[in-house]
Ligand binder design. Structure first.
Ligand code: NAD
Length: 476
């Protein structure tokens, strides 16, 4: 009771200070209404309260001001990509510097306020307008594979739609995510006078994630991560937009342009050392072009491992399942490592500049069923395209995430599209084409698979509200 009273007094004092536009409850003294540290908080309640106040302030501002907040985040990501990308790699120790930088620069292409729309119906009985309104404070859980890019992408989509967000980052990427949040808030405050459009838990834990899931001040969750957190979010008692795991298969048939197929598999599978949830993870190639495809891989930056080398790599990358029929246990120390680190782990040297390791396996090799996130891609021979599609279906595990085909046969394209039933289905390009890099369309770092929202955008984070005027305002 006493604690509740103290909290209420504190909240009133904060509101008064905010309205006066100066002062600080913890001595920032720079005119900022500064609680936390430019959005970094130790406690979920305080982070949600600050984001709620920011939401209320944002609601009073114009669309132009929202667009400026979003643009500030895009500009920071673009202009500071080298420094921030390097810091992300140093902290997480997974992936590739060139791609860490490219991902941050790519935030410029994430859709913002221009994506919002309003629908109108005008008829005999007047005018009805449907508008796309914000939810409020959204709880975001972000992965280690793209720590700051996911925070920035979620910010652009969510704030463009008028929301604010509280982030519980992956513990292994918390410092870079927090640094980004601090820079975003400070720059937005300097230009617009609003702090805490995004807040973040400085020391995230499973308990703080759970507190975000349960918090009454959070009406919507957006969770980006692997099977464990996807299951937890789907069990949450509030609406969750879940961007879950994948294990994207590639099918290559006899009508494919094999050099393009090899170039594409290398571009996608090598990207950030295969950390992408959409990245090519296993290839099913038809027998009659199998050897030619393997040769083409070698011409475009791949290094082929022999059967013996694959066996050695498999034994360092996985431990046997803990129970019969269970999952092989992934050696997390090799996730996101460079190809030459994998090569050294099995005692071989590979040419400098090698993008991706590859080789022939059968489907019982754990690299096929497991989402291994390493720059080694297994190739499996299949009888024909139908056989390849059947195997792709089996090893995608029903995640409904991403599937890739190299073919010029429309029947095969149609059959695979229908069979796979995935959120992304890419043909004759790398996986990145599905997110607008080498293909049409916009990108996102949160692709909502089990909950069905698809490639998230500002409209994903809106509530539709209808406003009807009976028998009036039809002006024609
Ligand atoms: P991860 O599942 O280990 O962690 C993701 C986030 O969830 C982290 O913030 C982590 O702290 C939190 N978390 C984990 N278990 C939790 C639980 N039980 N309760 C609450 N929070 C929990 O994943 P990762 O290694 O950071 O990222 C890689 C995984 O994410 C891959 O499976 C990849 O496919 C997936 N991913 C999907 C998308 C998409 O858009 N669909 C995007 C990026 C990554």
């Amino acid at each position: 009771m006493a604690q509740a009273t103290e909290q209420a007094i504190r909240s009133v004092v904060q509101q008064v200070l905010a309205q006066l536009g100066h002062g600080s409850v913890n001595g920032a003294g720079n005119g900022a209404f500064q609680e936390g540290d430019w959005g970094a908080f130790d406690c979920v309640d305080a982070a949600v309260a600050a984001a709620q106040r920011a939401f209320e302030q944002l609601a009073e501002r114009t669309m132009d001001e929202r667009a400026r907040a979003v643009q500030i985040v895009k500009d920071i990501c673009f202009e500071q990509a080298e420094e921030l990308g390097r810091a992300e790699l140093e902290e997480t120790k997974i992936g590739r510097l060139d791609h860490k930088i490219e991902k941050l620069k790519g935030i410029r292409g994430i859709p913002g306020t221009e994506f919002l729309k309003c629908d109108a119906v005008s008829g005999d009985h007047g005018l009805t307008v449907t508008e796309y309104a914000p939810f409020g404070v959204i709880g975001a859980i972000t992965p280690v594979t793209h720590s700051l890019p996911t925070v920035a992408c979620n910010f652009v989509n969510m704030v463009a739609a008028g929301n604010t967000l509280v982030v519980n980052p992956h513990p292994s990427g918390k410092r870079i995510a927090t640094e980004g949040v601090r820079r975003f808030n400070k720059a937005i405050y300097d230009e617009l006078g609003i702090n805490n459009l995004v807040t973040i838990i400085r020391e995230p834990t499973l308990e703080s994630a759970e507190a975000v899931f349960q918090h009454r001040g959070i009406p919507l969750l957006c969770v980006t991560g692997g099977p464990g957190v996807a299951r937890a979010a789907l069990a949450a008692k509030k609406r969750a937009i879940v961007a879950g795991p994948g294990n994207p298969p590639v099918v290559v048939d006899e009508t494919a342009d094999l050099d393009n197929a090899a170039r594409s598999i290398i571009k996608g599978g090598a990207y950030d050392n295969n950390l992408l949830c959409i990245g090519e993870k296993e290839v099913f190639a038809v027998e009659c072009i199998f050897d030619q495809l393997m040769d083409a891989m070698g011409r475009h930056g791949g290094y082929r491992l022999s059967a013996d080398e694959i066996a050695r790599l498999t034994s360092v990358a996985f431990a046997p399942p803990k129970e019969p029929g269970g999952h092989a246990v992934l050696n997390r120390d090799l996730v996101g490592m460079d190809p030459d680190v994998l090569a050294r782990a099995i005692g071989i040297q590979i040419p400098a500049g090698t993008q991706l390791l590859y080789g022939e396996t059968n489907t019982s090799n754990p690299f096929v069923p497991e989402e291994q996130m390493m720059p080694f891609v297994p190739f499996i021979r299949c009888r024909d395209a139908d056989h390849g599609i059947a195997l792709a279906k089996e090893f995608e595990h029903g995640f409904g995430h991403t599937a890739i085909l190299h073919s010029n046969n429309v029947r095969v394209m149609t059959k695979m599209g229908r069979t796979m039933n995935t959120t992304l289905f890419i043909k004759n390009g790398s996986c990145l084409a599905g997110l607008g890099n080498g293909g049409e369309g916009y990108g996102s770092f949160s692709i909502a698979t089990p909950t069905g929202e698809g490639v998230t955008n500002p409209l994903t984070f809106t509530r539709q509200r209808r406003c009807s005027l009976a028998d009036g305002l039809r002006i024609i």
